[in-house]
Write a protein that binds this ligand. Structure first.
Ligand SMILES: [Zn+2]
Length: 66
């Protein structure tokens, strides 16, 4: 199972959605360490949301191989 987690960029102008494999640590598929913030939904006024392309690539690969 996978879940999405949003992380704000440094200037909080964007939210980046990463894919996290449940049952592992909070490390996303792209390997970028996420900031360990409280497990609440981000309440950020980000202007832009987008998906992490590295996570998406890894996610589609994982789906195909399962
Ligand atoms: Zn990612």
């Amino acid at each position: 199972m996978y879940e999405m987690r949003a992380e704000a960029t440094a200037d909080q102008g964007e939210l980046i959605w990463h894919v996290i494999s449940k049952g592992t640590s909070a490390s996303p598929l792209c390997g970028v360490p996420l900031e360990l913030s409280p497990a609440t939904a981000p309440q950020l006024e980000a202007a832009v949301e987008r998906y992490c392309s590295s996570c998406m690539d890894a996610f589609s690969t994982a789906l195909k191989s399962s």
